[in-house]
Design a protein around this ligand. Sequence first.
Ligand code: ADP
Ligand code: MG
Ligand code: MG
Ligand code: MG
Length: 418
Amino acid sequence: PDYGAYEPLAVERVAARLAAYPEVAARLGGRPEDWQVREVGDGNLNFVYIVEGPAGSVCAKQALPFVRLVGESWPLPLSRSFFEHAALSRQARLAGTVPQILRFDGPQALIVMENLGTHVIWRKALTARERHETAAPILGRFMAETLFRTSDLNLSAAEKKREAALFAGNTALAKITEDLVFTDPYRVHPLNRWTSPELDGTAAKVRGDAEWKLAIQELKWQFLCSAEALVHGDLHTGSVMVSKAGDAEDVRVIDPEFAFYGPMGFDVGALLANLFLSYFAQDGHGPGAEAMKAWLLVQGTRVWDAFAARFSELWRTERRGDAYPASLFEEQGQADASEAALEAFLARLQVDALGFAGAKMARRILGLAHVSDLETIEPPALRAACETRALALARQLVVERRAIATVSAACRRAAILS
Ligand code: ADP
Ligand code: MG
Ligand code: MG
Ligand code: MG
C-alpha cells in the first residue's frame, strides 16, 4: 500500500472514520454519533479500539509508524498491518479460529474485525487459574493446519515460493525477534531488564554461558534460514482469546503481524514457552497452585498431541506438494516408508519446538518484553525465585533439546524444577 494518506486514529475521530466503511457502519447500526469507542490495546506495538453501536460492535486495530511500548524513538513500518491482514486471511481460509475480517484499509494500516467481546486473553485466564479445556487441542490443530498447508508438503514449489516472497518483506518484525529473542538477552544491551538486584548474577552468568549461546545461535540460524511454512510468529498466550459461555468454549488466534516463512517449530515452541511461564508463575500467585500447575503441564502435552495427530492426518491425505511426493512412496506400494518419514519429520519438529520454547522463555525474563504472569508477582524476591526456576528449564530446553526430545519429557523436567 501507499501510505501517503496515512492518518493515525485519535479516539474521538474513530467513529467518523469508521463510518466511511459501509460494511462496518452496517454492523454497528445507527449513527456514528451514537457509537461508543474505547482504546483497549494492551500489546506492545499497536492501538486497538472497540466500537459499539446499537446493532453490533467491531474491533479496529491500527499500526503506528513506531513501537507503542517504546515510543517514536523506535520506528517500525506500517506495512506490518499489511502482513497481519495477509496472514489473517490465510489462517481464516486454511484453519479458521481467527476473528472475522470486516475491512482492511492498507494505506491507513487499519484492520477492522469482529469484536471478540465476550473473550478474554488466555494468558489472563491462566493467571486467574481458569481452565479452558478446548484451547490446547484447538491450538494444536490450528498450528498443524496453517503450517502444513503453507509448506512444500501441500503447495507446489512455485506457489510456496510466491507466498514466501510475499511475506519476505516483513523484515522489520522478523528483526525484532532476531534481536529480542536470539541475541540481546545473551549480551549487555540497554533494552534488557530483569528483576534486579535478585537476578543480576544470573543474567551475568547467562551472558557468559558459551554452551547456551551456541545453542541459541543454532536456533537463530534456523529462524533466519528455514523458510518451512507461514508461521504466525508471535503465538504466545497473549495472542489467544478464549471464552466460556455455559459448556461452550470458543478459542481464537489474534495478532499475526510477525508472520513470515520460518521454521514450523517456532509457533509450537512459542505456545509451549508461555504455558511453561504460566506454570512457573503459579507459585507466585497464592496458595493452591499445585492443581493448576499439573493442569498446565497436561495442556503442553495436549498441544503437541493434537498438533502431531492433525499433522499426521494431513500428511496422509493432503500431501500434494513437491516435498515427499506420494509418487515415490504410496504410489509404489511403500506407504510404510512414508509413515517412517512422517515419524522422523515430527520427531525433528518436536526437538525444534523445545529449543524455540526455551529461547522464548528466557527472553521474557532477561530481555525487553516481559509477561504479566511473572511481572505481577510481588515481592520481587518471590518473582525472582519463580523466574530462576523458569530460566533453569529454558536452558535445558535450548541446550539439551535433542536429549529431552519430547514435550512430555520437557514437562517432567519442569515438574522436577518446581
Ligand atoms: P498488539 O499487536 O499491539 O500486541 P493485539 O492484536 O495483540 O495488539 O491486540 C491488543 C489487545 O487488544 C489484545 O490483547 C486484546 O485485549 C484486544 N483485542 C485484539 N483483537 C481483538 C478482537 N478482535 N476483539 C476484541 N479484543 C481484541
Ligand atoms: Mg499482541
Ligand atoms: Mg520481570
Ligand atoms: Mg502484535
